[in-house]
Design a protein around this ligand. Structure first.
Ligand code: NAP
Ligand code: GCO
Length: 267
């Protein structure tokens, strides 16, 4: 590294952030753009795409968007081929797209379980598989998988999500193991409880105007004493996408305000 000031620069890099129409994906994509990367993203909904492109433009970011369901390998391969043809090899992949279904396991259908695992675990395999050949040819690459506290812990009603995110932690370690020799680093980011549409049901005000019990529970369990903001993921994402992390591989970086370290405040 000639000049340490370039350690976190992403100038000249192409970053694909899946599911970056809003939420954590949007915040990470904006951070990567602010560090110099050219942003490409995807989602399934035309309405989300239109709103996202307007949001990126407002933020001064010339993002390219694709309507692509990450569980459909043919759509993913076509998207990556078009990116490589029209913009360049994908240097940075953030597997962010994900869903959750909060259903007691004994009431969850096998199809509902499969849908969560398909998006949260199978899709990161599909998208990573699509970009790795280009990264090998180019001699470098960064893959960042958005894991979760549920990569480490379980709780009621999130069996499919925890199984998927636990598997994603191990997929991260396996990609790191299999492709490290090609100068590809694969790491995970594990957000704590972040205020996005995905967690909105856990923060809804009660009929009497009081806080949702889960909202109060999370604030008490988090040393930082607050929910995370998507912006809290910006710095960790740039770190794992940049030369600053070239010898970090197979690591899950938890961005959780300390919740995984803390037994919780006495009621
Ligand atoms: P979100 O607000 O629900 O956003 C999810 C994004 O993924 C949307 O852009 C959605 O757009 C897209 N998406 C969903 N399924 C897709 C598919 N099959 N193909 C393409 N795009 C798809 O979620 P979030 O809270 O930002 O979470 C983002 C990631 O962080 C997820 O992997 C989540 O599991 C993880 N995470 C979240 C938290 C948290 O507290 N919020 C904590 C830890 C980890 P469309 O619906 O238009 O496709
Ligand atoms: C839930 C939440 C969590 C968060 C996140 C925690 O219902 O428990 O949605 O799963 O989304 O994954 O790291």
């Amino acid at each position: 590294m000639e000049n340490r000031k370039d350690l976190f620069s992403l100038n000249g890099k192409v970053a694909l952030v899946t599911g970056a129409a809003y939420g954590i994906g949007y915040a990470m994509a904006k951070a990567l753009a602010d560090a110099g990367a050219k942003i490409v993203f995807n989602c399934r909904s035309e309405r989300h795409m239109e709103e996202a492109l307007a949001h990126y433009k407002e933020d001064g970011i010339e993002a390219k968007g694709y309507i692509c369901d990450v569980t459909h390998e043919d759509e993913v391969r076509a998207m990556v081929a078009d990116i490589e043809k029209s913009i360049g090899t994908v240097d940075i992949l953030v597997n962010n797209a994900g869903i959750i279904k909060r259903i007691p396991m004994h009431e969850m259908s096998a199809d509902e379980f499969r849908e969560v695992v398909d998006i949260d675990l199978n899709a990161p395999f599909i998208v990573s598989k699509a970009v790795i050949p280009g990264m090998i040819a180019k001699g470098h690459g960064k893959i960042i998988n958005v894991c979760s506290m549920m990569s480490e812990l379980g709780r009621e009603t999130v069996s499919a999500y925890a199984a998927a995110k636990g598997g994603l932690k191990m997929l991260t370690k396996n990609i790191a193991s299999e492709y490290g020799e090609y100068n590809i680093q694969c790491n995970g980011i594990g957000p704590g409880y972040i205020a996005t549409p995905q967690t909105a049901p856990l923060r809804e005000r009660q009929a009497d105007g009081s806080r949702h019990p889960f909202d109060s529970f999370i604030v008490a369990k988090t040393p930082a004493g607050r929910w995370g903001d998507p912006e809290d993921l910006a710095g960790p994402a740039v770190f794992l996408a940049s030369d600053a992390s070239n010898f970090v591989n197979g690591h899950i970086l938890y961005v959780d305000g300390g919740i995984l370290a803390y037994i919780g405040k006495q009621p």
